[in-house]
Design a protein around this ligand. Structure first.
Ligand SMILES: Nc1nc2c(c(=O)[nH]1)N[C@H]1C(S)=C(S)[C@@H](COP(=O)(O)O)O[C@H]1N2
Ligand SMILES: [Mo]
Length: 352
């Protein structure tokens, strides 16, 4: 990568870390290894005074304390979350934002209480069409001062998979992942899962706040574009062999190698993972393993008979809905929901 990165990209990259790809070896990503993305500052939060206020077009506005949420029915589920901008630093021209390569992903076991029964309790008015989720963090983006907020349509918000999550991997959320409570929308790109959740507001009209219009697929800044929602399929490899410190290139020894990794999609299970050892010339099927939930990544393995030489290994996932990772990435304005295949340069040296 020879493009000059800007000081602003470095500033964001130093705050918002990815998951080192060797973290793909764990079914459940250890807490500190899960990727992290925070647009503004991590807000100060006191769980003993925190409340999630539910209002707007509802019959009985209500306020839920953290203790109150914990007393409600709890669900614990493994969910793979990926940032919609994952991979954007590989695009050309490079969209200027958090410069992710491929590491903006993680799988956590989230514990929370389902949102739908809460919405049923407060009673949505018949004219409600959307529910807005507002975080406690505040800042400016694109010249617009705002609280971080995102909406869901009523059917999306009423899905029984959507949680108000207060724990990750069995522990209270750490500050950076949304303490004391966040929205969790399995299958969707991460921007939907609002951290530091303070307010839930039912609206009688479509919500077009900044973070809604920011996450749309556009060729030009001024066109309406299509909303970014669920995660497209992606497969990644646990980096084989050993790395070079600076360039991160991989060296392995000739012989049988158990290549492995993970693959996921927000459109249903990944049905196929293929590997190419000649830069995408020919493909062979990897063996698919299990996933710990319908929303968690699936592991894959590939027995590679590595002979001495230089390779570009390529991995490609296909999901049950028929979405396939492209070899080359169609560009879009903010580099969102891109999912081109991973290319892993590997040097195979003689066994010593
Ligand atoms: N309140 C709030 N919620 C937020 C964000 C944020 O900046 N503020 N970032 C979103 C984005 S873009 C992503 S990718 C995920 C990242 O979640 P994580 O940091 O727990 O991995 O949180 C989402 N929820
Ligand atoms: Mo994101």
């Amino acid at each position: 990568m020879t493009d000059d990165f800007t000081r602003e990209e470095l500033q964001l990259a130093a705050r918002n870390h990815g998951m080192p790809l060797e973290g793909l070896r764990y079914d459940v990503t250890p807490i500190g290894m899960h990727y992290l993305l925070t647009h503004f500052d991590i807000p100060e939060a006191d769980a003993s005074t925190w409340a999630v206020d539910v209002g707007g077009r509802v019959v009985r506005p209500a306020s839920f304390t953290i203790d109150g949420l914990r007393e409600r029915p709890a669900v614990r589920v493994a969910v793979t979350m990926e940032c919609a901008g994952n991979g954007r630093a590989l695009l050309s021209p490079r969209p200027l934002s958090q410069p992710w390569l491929l590491e903006a992903v993680g799988t956590a076991e989230w514990t929370g209480t389902p949102l739908a029964p809460i919405l049923e309790e407060v009673g949505l008015e018949s004219d409600a069409v959307e529910v807005v989720f507002t975080g406690a963090d505040h800042g400016t983006q694109g010249g617009v001062e705002q609280d971080y907020e995102r909406s869901l349509s009523i059917p999306e918000a009423m899905s029984d998979t959507v949680l108000l999550a207060y724990a990750i991997n069995g522990q209270p959320l750490p500050p950076q992942h949304g303490f004391p409570v966040r929205l969790l929308v399995p299958g969707w790109y991460g921007m939907t899962s609002v951290k530091w959740l303070r307010r839930i507001t039912a609206l009688a009209e479509r919500f077009d706040g900044f973070q809604m219009s920011a996450y749309r697929l556009r060729q030009q800044e001024d066109e309406p574009g299509m909303p970014v929602t669920r995660m497209l399929p992606r497969a990644l490899m646990v980096p084989p062999g050993f790395p070079d410190f600076f360039g991160r290139t991989r060296t392995v020894e000739a012989g049988h190698l158990d290549l492995k990794g993970r693959a996921w999609s927000g459109y249903g299970p990944v049905e196929r993972v293929e590997l190419s050892e000649n830069a995408g010339g020919t493909w062979a099927d990897a063996t698919l393993g299990t996933a710990s939930s319908a929303f968690a990544w699936r592991n894959w393995t590939y027995d590679w008979d590595a002979t001495v030489g230089e390779y570009e290994l390529v991995i490609r996932a296909t999901d049950v809905a028929g979405n396939v990772q492209p070899l080359d990435q169609p560009w879009n304005h903010h580099g969102l929901s891109n999912n081109m295949v991973q290319r892993v340069p590997v040097v195979v040296r003689p066994r010593v």
